[in-house]
Write a protein that binds this ligand. Structure first.
Ligand code: AMP
Ligand code: MG
Length: 397
């Protein structure tokens, strides 16, 4: 996280800015609301006329709808029919709702007098002209997008999205549009990770598969730089096998850190910098790759986009089955969450092997079992990291 930097800003159309981080201050060009207007459908009256004993009888002198300007002044003893959002006519300062009146010929009879000033929205009561409405760093959720529209800001500077090069490695791995030959398997990781990159707000660039030769892995990294990637993600080749070359190539081409992490799935992880572009080397097993990308790529991509908070909120859930014989590592168990009257229940989604894609298909969360916990009983409470859902495309995270 210390290595990755916030990217520069770009100007985009307002709707392209949704879900991103503002890179400039925005001030209101005028008052919101721009005019003093009625909060209700009713009659605009003079507050001073409401001190009489009800029923109060006032002469109706006209009507004003939203979007029009009243052409009369309301004098003492008079009222003007007014619709929600219409400008309050000169002389009037109060609106009496339809519910509180009766009509009698050309007059309105107020049965229930509100206090003076009721149901009138003052110009600028929401935002004053010149007031700062949003500061750099603001996350543009739907409500911020609406505020920008309200102040007439249809083009804004936001932090640009990172271009993320994705490179699979492995002699056995073939692009998914090719039928796997003997000993081969289709590349699932590039696509899982590309979807995760999109969910995190990045732009994925799929570079295909590099075979397990130093020169070809190097070529893949160079291709990523050639395509102006801001971040590079590889999968496979970071383990201790004879042909796990990502570490060597990264060390030769740039600066390399490598960790063996006390977690499951996903023990090996490489991280480094090539030509000042950060590179994250994910393990090859598909479940390990996805979980590692969630834990290590996503925060980096959020930071690059200027988000100050890159956590994903977790939920507490009770286990519906026991967990036994742990191995001292932190486990990320794929679970299905069910909401009950007393909170969430978490149920394991079958085979927890680090290559079992189906265990992720069934899952809507990852139960985090701390390394210090050895076993858990039915009903034990665990922390669950929810996996992104459809329609969950990031606004904040
Ligand atoms: P590795 O980390 O390179 O030793 O790979 C670990 C396991 O993950 C091996 O069984 C690989 O076949 C598998 N694997 C590696 N890369 C991919 C990929 N892109 N898609 C699917 N499986 C993969
Ligand atoms: Mg491999």
């Amino acid at each position: 996280m210390a290595t990755v930097r916030v990217l520069e800003a770009e100007r985009v159309a307002l709707l392209q800015a949704a879900g991103r981080v503002l890179a400039e201050p925005v001030a209101a060009d005028r008052d919101i609301p721009p005019l003093t207007n009625s909060a209700m459908d009713g009659y605009a009256v003079r507050g001073a006329d409401l001190y009489a004993r009800p029923p109060i009888r006032l002469e109706v002198v006209g009507e004003v709808a939203a979007g029009y300007v009243p052409d009369l002044v309301v004098e003492a003893g008079q009222a003007m029919r007014i619709m929600t959002g219409a400008p309050v006519p000169a002389g009037a300062d109060t609106v009496v709702r339809f519910e509180d009146i009766e009509l009698d010929g050309g007059a309105v009879v107020i049965l229930n007098a509100p206090r003076a000033g009721a149901d009138v929205r003052q110009a600028g009561e929401d935002v004053r002209a010149g007031q700062a409405v949003l500061e750099p760093g603001a996350v543009l959720r739907p409500q911020e997008v609406g505020m920008l529209a309200a102040v007439g800001c249809l083009e804004v500077a936001v932090v640009r999205r990172p271009r993320v090069a994705i490179l699979a490695t492995g002699d056995e791995v073939v692009p998914p549009d090719q039928p796997p030959g003997p000993g081969q398997i289709r590349d699932a990781n590039s696509y899982t990770v590309a979807a995760q990159v999109q969910e995190a707000g990045g732009v994925p660039l799929l570079l295909g598969v590099a075979r397990d030769r130093e020169a070809l892995v190097r070529q893949g990294m160079r291709a990523a730089l050639g395509r102006r990637a801001d971040f590079i993600i590889t999968s496979g080749g970071v383990s201790v096998g004879d042909f796990d070359l990502v570490k060597q190539v990264l060390a030769a081409e740039g600066e390399m850190h490598f960790w063996s992490l006390n977690m499951k799935p996903g023990r090996p992880l490489a991280f480094g910098v090539v030509d000042s572009v950060p590179l994250l080397g994910l393990p090859g097993n598909p479940v390990a790759a996805m979980i590692s990308a969630e834990l290590f790529a996503r925060p980096a991509l959020l930071k690059m986009q200027g988000f100050a908070d890159w956590s994903r909120p977790t939920v507490r859930a009770c286990l519906t089955q026991p967990i036994a014989r742990k191995d001292g590592r932190r486990h990320y168990l794929r679970v299905q969450l069910r909401e009950t009257e007393s909170g969430y229940e978490a149920t394991l989604t079958g085979d927890q092997g680090s290559g079992i894609l189906n265990s992720l298909l069934q899952a809507d969360g990852l139960a985090i079992i701390p390394e210090v916990v050895d076993h858990l009983h039915v009903g034990a409470e665990v922390e669950v990291l929810p996996l992104p859902r459809v329609g969950f495309r990031r606004f904040c995270a």
